[in-house]
Design a protein around this ligand. Structure first.
Ligand SMILES: Nc1ncnc2c1ncn2[C@@H]1O[C@H](COP(=O)(O)OP(=O)(O)OP(=O)(O)O)[C@@H](O)[C@H]1O
Ligand SMILES: [Mg+2]
Length: 549
């Protein structure tokens, strides 16, 4: 703020120097005298003042502009990090990418031009003051014309705003296609029809709408810019005709006026020039607000919840229920919105719990509610008899280490105590996971993550090994493992984790290994029921013939 005030103050000096130069030239013309002794040095002095204060204030102001973009970038990622998972999933990746790239840039552009706008505004104010000094009546006429300009400008800007909004909404569709082009690269490479559909039916029309709508918006902008130039020249003409013919004003007033108006043309057109940027910025700002991201919170990123992990004893769910938020406000009675029916369950430390059930029965949804990623719609959760509530969510979440179905593999191996995991320990577990010959950990960094899906899952499990957190939640971890390692997982790794004191909740379809669990919960259309152990052995299928052969 202090820097801003200083920059504006120096900008004012620069504006003053500029106007003074005009006044000086005007005086020389008026007196028809330009002897260097009297006017030369003040002229050179003002020039020096103009360049020094102009450069200094503009450098300072543009620095403020870049700082705004810097802060905006950090603030937006902070807000995304703080936003609840449900809202992020509802927004969709493409919208979030659009916000983090396009909207931040647009808002940044608008803000980074703001300092120059302030500078130009100062010049304009200085110029108007000088006009008033020359002739109050002319100042009145000028202000009248300015009001006319502002009315037209407002009308044009409103039109432009509507068009820019349309462009921005279409850009969300564009980003969706960008995402499809990158994420769906394999399918698109193999399938010409799909490629053609994406390109010609989805991408091209959206891009075309953007192009045409922006071009239409630019017509308004061009009209506005040239209309303003016409206004300035009309004003000059009016003043010359009126001043010389009707009012018989002195040459110095008329020339001074014309000179000052010429001088003010640059800041005025520069202000109008930035209108599209300001409009794009405000459309982007609105777009960001629509996403309903969390407010900026500096403490979010480093919020610690692990100080009190000492001893996990039990996790208790009482009538815990969850329903996905309705997709659309107008669609409130959506019968297809999936819901988990109230769950009553107590999980004790050191248990191995399997969660089973058909596709879409709610297992993964349950895993997200249990870990606190989704807020429950009703019911209560207690950890060591302490109720999960608004104030202790981070602490609650910090009990879990997960490999979810949509896991992301970070190439830094972090542990909570150490910024970087101990290489030796990590490499030991890589041996255990039988991928030590493919990947190593050096300075806490994985040597590669370009691996097969099964190998990537093993690396995700490495993070579980390295974590001190007491509850391990794995969503179909073994689904991509070969039969040999699948057996290692159920018969060796799970018991090892248990021996280390971990509580394991594993979502699985591997009925062959159901007997590795201490307890089994089955989901069926969102309803959870514990499975009796005798019911399980009766329903267990015969051994896989292909494997036993
Ligand atoms: N992000 C979401 N928004 C709204 N509904 C969802 C979302 N994700 C899943 N659902 C709904 O929740 C239901 C249960 O999905 P869930 O992923 O929990 O099943 P699952 O038991 O893990 O199945 P699978 O064995 O295929 O992994 C789905 O049928 C779907 O309708
Ligand atoms: Mg699932």
């Amino acid at each position: 703020m202090g820097l801003m005030i200083l920059a504006i103050a120096i900008g004012t000096v620069s504006a003053f120097a500029g106007i003074s130069l005009i006044a000086l030239i005007n005086t020389m013309i008026e007196q028809h005298r330009a002897d260097f002794g009297a006017y030369g040095w003040p002229f050179i002095g003002l020039l020096m003042g103009l360049i020094i204060s102009g450069v200094v204030s503009q450098v300072m102001l543009s620095r403020i502009g870049h700082r705004i973009i810097y802060r905006l970038r950090l603030a937006m990622v902070n807000r995304v990090l703080g936003t609840d998972i449900e809202s992020l999933e509802k927004a969709g990746d493409h919208r979030l990418y659009a916000v983090l790239t396009k909207d931040i840039n647009d808002i940044g552009n608008a803000f980074s031009r703001l300092p120059i706008a302030i500078y130009n505004g100062l010049l304009l104010l200085g110029g108007i003051a000088y006009l008033g000094y020359l002739s109050l009546m002319f100042l009145g006429i000028t202000l009248g014309v300015v009001v006319l300009g502002i009315i037209v400008d407002h009308f044009v800007s409103t039109k432009m705003y509507a068009l820019y909004k349309q462009v921005r909404n279409t850009e969300d569709r564009l980003y969706k296609q960008y995402e499809a082009a990158i994420e769906g690269r394999n399918e698109l490479r193999l399938d010409a029809a799909r490629r053609g559909h994406l390109f010609h039916s989805l991408l091209e029309p959206a891009a075309k709408i953007c192009q045409e709508t922006k071009a239409r918006a630019d017509i308004y902008w061009a009209i506005n810019l040239n209309w303003t130039v016409v206004l300035i020249f009309s004003l000059m003409g009016l003043i010359v005709f009126l001043g010389i013919n009707q009012l018989n004003l002195g040459l110095e007033v008329v020339t001074g006026y014309v000179l000052a108006l010429m001088f003010l043309r640059t800041p005025i057109t520069s202000l109008i020039d930035m209108i599209p940027n300001v409009i794009a910025g405000s459309v982007s700002l609105k777009k960001i607000n629509q996403l309903k991201l969390a407010q900026y919170d500096a403490s979010w990123v480093s919020e610690a919840g692990d100080n009190d992990l000492l001893e996990f004893k039990s996790l208790q769910l009482r009538h815990l229920a969850y329903a996905y938020p309705v997709q659309d406000e107008t669609d409130k009675k959506d019968d297809y919105t999936f819901a988990l029916k109230p769950i009553n369950l107590t999980i004790s430390a050191g248990e191995i719990l399997f969660v089973i059930g058909g596709n879409g029965s709610g297992k993964s949804t349950f895993s997200k509610v249990l870990t606190g990623l989704y807020p429950s719609t009703s019911g209560q959760v207690f950890i060591n008899q302490q109720l999960l509530e608004a104030g202790n969510q981070a602490w609650y979440r910090s009990h879990f280490v997960t490999v979810l179905s949509d896991f992301y593999l970070f190439d830094h191996m972090l542990t909570e105590q150490n910024p970087l995991a101990n290489d030796q320990r990590a490499n030991h577990y890589l041996e255990r996971l039988q991928i030590a010959q493919k990947v190593q950990v050096k300075n806490g960094m994985l040597s590669t993550t370009d691996l097969s899906q099964g190998q990537r899952k093993r690396l995700a499990l490495l993070a579980v090994y390295l974590s001190p957190r007491p509850i391990v939640l794995l969503d179909e971890w073994a689904a991509d493992q070969d039969p040999v390692f699948r057996r290692v997982f159920y018969h060796e790794i799970l018991p090892e984790l248990k021996a280390q004191g971990k509580t394991v909740i594993a979502i699985t379809h591997d009925d062959k290994y159901f007997d590795c669990a201490d307890r089994i919960l089955r989901f069926d259309a969102g309803e959870m029921r514990p499975v009796e152990s005798n019911a399980l052995s009766a329903s267990r299928p015969q051994p896989d013939i292909a494997l036993t052969l």
